[in-house]
Ligand binder design. Structure first.
Ligand code: ASP
Ligand code: MG
Length: 409
C-alpha cells in the first residue's frame, strides 16, 4: 500500500452539482483507501463566486472589500460541508474546515490577501486520527479575525500552501481539462497535452492568459518546490506534472502559446521629453494599485513622446482617471484607449539557449499579415500585441510554426 500524503484540489466545475460532489467524494475515498493520507481543498460550487459578486453589485457599484470577502468566502464553506457529508455516506471519516479554523492567517489586503502563516497542527492531528481533511479554498483570516479571500482562483493557492505545510508528496489540481495544453484547444484543435512543464514556464503561461492555475499559486509552489499534478476530475489519466526545471526541458524551445484578450492599451500623448516623467506616470499608476503590463515609448523628434502601456481591462476605468490627472500635472496631451487588442505570447525555457526565436515569431505573424502593435520579452517568453480579431489566427500560426502538436522525445 502506498503511504503518501496527497492534497487534492477540486475546482468549481468539479463540484458544480450533487452528482459531481458525489463523484469527487468517490475519488477522494478511493485515494484514501489506497492507503494515502488525503487533504482536500474545494472551490465554491459552479459559478457561485461570480453570482455572489453580481449580487453585491446589485446593492452597490462599490462594495467595501471587507464585506465582499465576508460574502464571497461563503461559497467554499458550502462546498466543503457538502463534500464531507458525501464522504460520510460512503463510509469514510471526513471533517471540513473553513480557512480560519485551520489557521490560514493572511494580511489585510482584502480580495487578494497574502498568506502569512498556516497552523498545520489541526490538519496533521486529524490526519493522524485517520480522517480525510477538507478545507474551504480561497479564504483566510487576519490577525484581527477578519475574513479575507486570496484572489480569484485562490483555492489553488490554498492547496499549494497546505501541501507545503503538511509536506505532501503531491498537490493534485483536479479540474475540467486533462492537463496543461500547448494552446487553448478551443482555438487550436490539435493542441497537445504537455506531460511535464517547469514552474517558470507554467507561471508565464498562467500570467499570460492560460486560465488553468492562478499565477500566485505557481509562484508559491516554485518558491517552496511543491510538486503539482494538473489532471481531470472526471478521468484517471495522467495530466501535466509541474516541477523544477530538469535538463531535458531545455531542449524545448517553445512549450506553449497563450492569448490574453483582457488587456487594453492606454496612450498618453505628447508627454514632454524630460527626465522623470515616465517615473511620475508609472508611480501614479502604482499608487492606485494598477498593474501595468507592457510599456512602449515612441521615439521623439519633436520634444514630445507618446507613452503607451497595457493594463487589465478590469482596471481600465481607474487607469483612465489616473492617466488623465497625471497628464494634466505634467503638461502632456490626450489620453486615448484601445480596447480592441489581444496579447499573444510564446513561452519556453529553451529560449534561454536558442537564438532567433523572436525573429521566427515576428516573421510568422508578418506572413499572416498580422501587424504587431507592441512587443515585450523576458528570458523565457515573447509577447506581441495584435488586433483582437487576429488573435486566434496568430495563435494558430505560431502553434504550427513551432510544431507544438508533435509529441516530443
Ligand atoms: N471560488 C473562487 C473563484 O471562483 C476561488 C476558486 O475557485 O479557486 O475565484
Ligand atoms: Mg470558482
Amino acid at each position: 500500500m502506498s503511504k503518501k500524503v496527497i492534497v487534492q484540489k477540486y475546482g468549481g466545475t468539479s463540484v458544480a452539482d450533487v452528482k459531481r460532489i458525489q463523484n469527487v467524494a468517490r475519488r477522494v475515498v478511493k485515494t484514501k483507501r489506497q492507503g494515502n493520507k488525503v487533504v482536500v481543498v474545494v472551490s465554491a460550487l459552479g459559478d457561485t463566486t461570480d453570482n455572489l459578486i453580481d449580487l453585491a453589485h446589485k446593492i452597490t457599484y462599490n462594495p467595501s472589500d471587507r464585506e465582499l470577502d465576508m460574502l464571497i468566502s461563503t461559497g467554499e464553506q458550502v462546498s466543503c460541508a457538502l463534500l464531507a457529508m458525501a464522504i460520510h455516506k460512503l463510509g469514510e471519516d471526513a471533517i471540513s474546515f473553513t480557512g480560519a479554523q485551520v489557521g490560514i492567517i493572511t494580511d489585510t489586503s482584502y480580495t487578494k490577501a497574502r498568506i502569512i502563516d498556516i497552523n498545520a497542527k489541526r490538519i496533521l492531528d486529524e490526519l493522524k486520527d485517520n480522517r480525510i481533511v477538507i478545507v474551504a479554498g480561497f479564504q483566510g483570516i487576519t490577525l484581527n479575525q477578519d475574513i479575507t479571500t486570496l484572489g480569484r482562483g485562490g483555492s489553488n493557492l490554498t492547496a499549494v500552501a497546505i501541501a507545503r505545510v503538511v509536506k505532501a508528496d503531491i498537490c493534485e489540481m483536479c479540474t475540467d481539462v486533462e492537463g496543461v495544453f500547448t494552446a487553448d484547444p478551443r482555438i487550436v484543435p490539435d493542441a497537445r497535452k504537455i506531460d511535464k512543464i517547469s514552474y517558470e514556464e507554467m507561471f508565464e503561461l498562467a500570467s499570460l492568459g492560460s486560465q488553468i492555475l492562478q499565477p500566485r499559486s505557481i509562484e508559491f509552489a516554485m518558491k517552496f518546490n511543491v510538486p503539482i499534478h494538473v489532471r481531470s476530475s472526471f478521468s484517471n489519466k495522467m495530466g501535466t506534472i509541474i516541477s523544477k526545471e530538469v535538463k531535458a526541458m531545455e531542449d524545448t524551445v517553445v512549450s506553449g502559446v497563450a492569448i490574453n484578450k483582457n488587456e487594453a492599451k492606454v496612450t498618453i500623448c505628447d508627454v514632454p521629453d524630460k527626465p522623470g516623467l515616465a517615473a511620475k506616470i508609472f508611480k501614479d499608476l502604482a499608487k492606485a494599485d494598477i498593474n501595468v503590463d507592457m510599456i512602449v515609448q515612441n521615439v521623439s523628434r519633436t520634444g514630445a513622446t507618446d507613452v503607451s502601456f497595457t493594463v487589465p481591462t478590469s482596471d481600465l476605468n481607474k487607469t483612465i482617471k489616473v492617466a488623465k490627472e497625471t497628464s494634466g500635472t505634467i503638461g502632456a496631451g490626450d489620453v486615448t484607449v484601445d480596447n480592441n487588442i489581444a496579447k499573444v505570447s510564446i513561452v519556453g525555457i529553451g529560449m534561454r539557449s536558442h537564438s532567433g526565436v523572436a525573429a521566427d515569431m515576428f516573421e510568422t505573424l508578418a506572413r499572416k499579415k498580422i501587424n504587431i502593435e507592441m512587443i515585450s520579452t523576458s528570458e523565457i517568453k515573447i509577447s506581441c500585441v495584435v488586433k483582437k480579431e487576429l488573435g486566434a489566427e496568430a495563435v494558430k500560426a505560431l502553434h504550427a510554426k513551432f510544431k507544438l502538436s508533435k509529441k516530443r522525445a
